[in-house]
Design a protein around this ligand. Structure first.
Ligand code: NAI
Length: 326
């Protein structure tokens, strides 16, 4: 039986993979991320599977190749954590391009609604039988202009939800899809005219810190920023500054640029957590979740099904429809 080392495995991953594997492969689950320190656990395995914050750099790729492993299964859509260029002709990289764009888009909208209606504050108050309403006045989303950066699968789902709320949509994408009927504008116009900005583009060299000090200065006063894509899209220092000086009214974040050392683990005992995230979390107008946008039963099922299907296709020498190419 072929063997698979599955890294960064949490109980919810194990549940879905065990249900769908059905004895097909011998899967060994490792709680640790796949890094240079843990790569030796992949020795003698036929394939490895990892997640968004595992660091697949040149050294890790060389080790996997040395162990005779020919395929790396990403159980996620994004692949900014893999040195794709270096992996070319050495290691096949397969991903799950779409497991539930609805899951992430709905989470982005949940962050927006939470901020705009101050649900996070109300929840804490009512738990203590404090039913006072002062300080909880919100904003209607109806008629607000939302700027959507990236109109791929998740961006489109998010736009459909926004339409349902009667919001005006501005979109920016270097590869616009005019069939969608959105008003595509330049990034500059989107940045300067939107009351709410939601990020749905991948993290690449071109999108790194797309939300930076300069762009924040061009934004509407009291703008709301939602990021469920990748932390590196936002310069978190500039975001913090904008939140502190009131330019930004609220931020809903499911990702953080330094999340790889923090997210998916209980860090409540740590005293060495970086100042930026400490400050962000301490602000009343920031709602932060730890990369859980994808985390629905439906998405976990689809992730396990596609990942195992990717491995089937690789081992049978079939066409690799989900291959990431440099
Ligand atoms: P997709 O590939 O369907 O769409 C991405 C869109 O971004 C494409 O239309 C592309 O043309 C556009 N784009 C590329 N460069 C751009 C730029 N410079 N500016 C604006 N748009 C640009 O990807 P999908 O499935 O919609 O996912 C989007 C992102 O969501 C992923 O890259 C990933 O980072 C993130 N994600 C987050 C999850 C979470 O749990 N929080 C789960 C899954 C994905």
């Amino acid at each position: 039986m072929k063997t698979l080392a599955l890294f960064d495995a949490k109980n919810y991953d194990i549940d879905s993979f065990e249900k769908l594997n059905n004895g097909r492969y011998k899967i060994t689950y490792y709680d640790t991320k796949l890094t240079m320190d843990s790569v030796s656990l992949a020795k003698d395995k036929d394939a490895v599977c990892c997640f968004v914050n595992d660091n697949i750099n040149k050294e890790v790729i060389d080790k996997l190749v040395e162990y005779g492993i020919g395929v790396l299964l990403l159980r996620c859509a994004g692949y900014n954590n893999v040195d794709i260029e270096y992996a070319k002709d050495k290691l096949k990289i397969l991903r799950v391009p779409a497991y539930s764009p609805f899951a992430v888009a709905e989470h982005a909208f949940a962050l927006l609604l939470t901020l705009e209606r101050k649900i996070h504050k109300a929840y804490l108050r009512t738990r203590e039988f404090n039913f006072e309403l002062s300080g909880l006045t919100g904003h209607c989303l109806h008629n607000q202009t939302v700027g959507i950066i990236g109109t791929g699968k998740i961006g489109q789902c998010f736009a459909e939800i926004c339409k349902g709320f009667g919001m005006k949509i501005l979109a920016y994408d270097p590869f616009p899809n005019f069939d969608l009927g959105y008003e595509y504008v330049s990034l500059d116009r989107l940045i300067s005219e939107s009351k709410i900005i939601s990020l749905h583009c991948p993290l690449t060299e071109g999108t790194y810190h797309i939300i930076n000090k300069e762009n924040i200065e061009k934004m509407q006063d009291r703008v709301v920023i939602i990021n469920t894509s990748r932390g590196g899209l936002i310069d978190s220092k500039a975001l913090l500054e904008g939140l502190e000086n009131g330019k930004i009214r609220g931020a809903g974040l499911d990702v953080y640029e330094e999340e790889s050392d923090l997210f998916f683990e209980d860090n409540s005992h740590r005293v060495d957590i970086d100042d930026n995230i400490r400050l962000l979390i301490s602000l009343p107008n920031v709602v932060l979740t730890a990369h859980q946008g994808y985390l629905t039963y439906e998405a976990l099922y689809n992730i396990a099904e596609t990942t195992l299907g990717n491995l089937d296709a690789y081992l049978k020498g079939e066409e690799l429809v989900n291959e990431v190419k440099a």
